[in-house]
Design a protein around this ligand. Structure first.
Ligand code: DUC
Ligand code: ZN
Ligand code: ZN
Length: 464
């Protein structure tokens, strides 16, 4: 089998170490890894001297073209995945919000019709559950068979579910190989506190944070874990941002329960002080960014392994839409851009010595593939897997500017952040899709990736 692309002289980063080796790619797959591989006459050789070779990141949490907060998030499947590619992300998991009365397979077909002609890198889905009355619950199994075995419930927003529905979905998940994710915040408290501050005319972005104090998330995390323990189901807590909830995760994991937690770069890099800034509204997302103690707890949770993944919760809105809430935090659409910044930021933290490169790879790629049933294709630079490869230059220096990003958003909370090192090439199934800050991919080249059902008995998940 002729070698099409050969990555030579680089160092491969896995979730457990770094070693020097060449990587051969034929067609869409990695076909060999060895100390020294000879190119064929027609092979394209990529010299990776002084570079790292990483698996493409898998963003486990995006909201592309999502109707929310009175508008639609500003990145669609084309601009969102283009931005992802330029930041070294080669697979995104987007959330499909089920329509009331809609079966889960119909929801997948509805969104795939949008994504397939647009996506520039591979994608998969999670289903956000709204309605499971009568037979709808049983269509979860059909979605699992279609390669979408992960579902999310919201405990907040007008499309949030009751504890009863949450419990029912957890119970049902066990027999069908599904994994339930949760956005955990206490809806009643959010509603009460928002109304209270509004009545007192306290309407600046700071009151977005105060109306969702740390325990609003912590208590909901504890409750969600309680239902997971009671049903014996696995649980994936999305965008965990607070110390109290993380303590509950640690305790449950120490007791042997399959609880997985995800956090996001915005919670690792900023604190709630951002809500006092003149542009505080741009940082409004839910759960809000928390205080210093929670931030420290998240980094400690990463070091201990109690935080399994880092994902973006990418949900960008235009400045004029964020400005709707200049005088009233309740009118600010919730969400921030981050799809292009996650891997560069986490790798920069590794470059600065805060975590190891292997940890960054584990959090942003390998663990995501393990948890969501994608390890047969993605999540590692390994023979047999898709050639989703990032070439990383540890010596490059980048100050993030929105004008250099590749999405459709007109501002970023990451403006001015300084990064040590940067992805300089992104390859998606053997095709170069980004190089030195230029997008080179093709609209529609991204493919839907079917995930395997969740099996807690596999070593992948047992040892996570
Ligand atoms: N939180 C956000 O900030 N945006 C999208 C959805 C969510 O849960
Ligand atoms: Zn959420
Ligand atoms: Zn989200």
């Amino acid at each position: 089998m002729a070698i099409d692309i050969l990555f030579k002289n680089g160092k491969i980063v896995t979730d457990s170490g770094i070693f020097k080796a060449d990587v051969a790619v034929t067609g869409e797959k990695i076909t060999a890894i060895a100390a020294s591989i000879k190119p064929d006459p027609e092979t394209t050789v990529i010299d990776c001297r002084s570079k790292l070779i990483l698996p493409g990141a898998i963003d486990a949490h995006t909201h592309l073209a999502m109707p929310f907060g009175g508008t639609i998030s500003s990145d669609d499947y084309e601009t969102g995945t283009r931005s992802a590619a330029c930041g070294g992300t080669t697979t995104v998991f987007d959330f499909i919000l089920q329509d009331t009365g809609e079966t889960f397979p119909d929801a997948i077909k509805r969104r795939d019709a949008l994504a397939a002609p647009q996506a520039v890198v591979d994608y998969s889905f999670h289903l956000a559950v709204k309605d499971v009355h009568d037979k709808l619950l049983y269509t979860m199994e059909d979605a699992v068979k279609m390669g979408v075995p992960s579902f999310k419930v919201f405990m907040v927003y007008d499309f949030g579910v009751t504890d009863g529905v949450f419990y029912e979905v957890l119970e049902h998940s066990k027999s069908i190989g599904a994994l339930i994710g949760v956005h955990a915040e206490n809806n009643e408290l959010v509603n009460y506190l928002s109304a209270k501050y509004a009545a007192e005319k306290k309407l600046s972005p700071w009151y977005h944070y105060l109306s969702r104090p740390e325990f609003v998330e912590g208590e909901a995390d504890e409750r969600a874990i309680h239902w997971a323990k009671a049903t014996g189901a696995a649980l994936y807590i999305v965008h965990l941002a607070n110390a109290q909830g993380l303590r509950a995760v640690t305790k449950a994991r120490d007791e042997g329960y399959p609880i997985f937690a995800e956090t996001c770069p915005q919670y690792l890099n900023f604190t709630s002080d951002v809500y006092k800034r003149p542009d505080g509204r741009n940082f409004v997302c839910s759960p809000p960014i928390k205080g210093k103690a929670s931030q420290k707890a998240l980094w400690d949770g990463i070091a201990r392994g109690d935080i399994a993944t880092v994902a973006t919760d990418h949900c960008p809105f235009l400045q004029k839409e964020k400005d709707w809430g200049k005088k009233d935090f309740r009118k600010i659409p919730n969400g921030c851009a981050g799809i292009e910044n996650m891997y560069p930021y986490m790798l920069s933290e590794a470059n600065k010595g805060h975590i190891s490169y292997s940890k960054a790879v584990e959090l942003c790629s390998t663990n995501v593939a393990k948890i969501f049933g994608l390890s047969h294709k993605k999540g590692a630079v390994e023979a047999g897997r898709d050639a989703d490869i990032v070439v990383y230059d540890p010596l490059k220096r980048v100050t993030i500017k929105n004008k250099d990003m590749h999405g459709a958003t007109d501002h970023t909370i990451w403006e001015g952040e300084y990064l040590r090192g940067y992805p300089v090439q992104t390859w998606s199934r053997g095709k170069l899709v980004a190089k030195d800050g230029k997008f080179l991919g093709q609209k529609g080249a991204g493919q839907f990736v079917a995930c395997k059902p969740i099996n807690l008995k596999t070593p992948d998940l047992r040892n996570l």
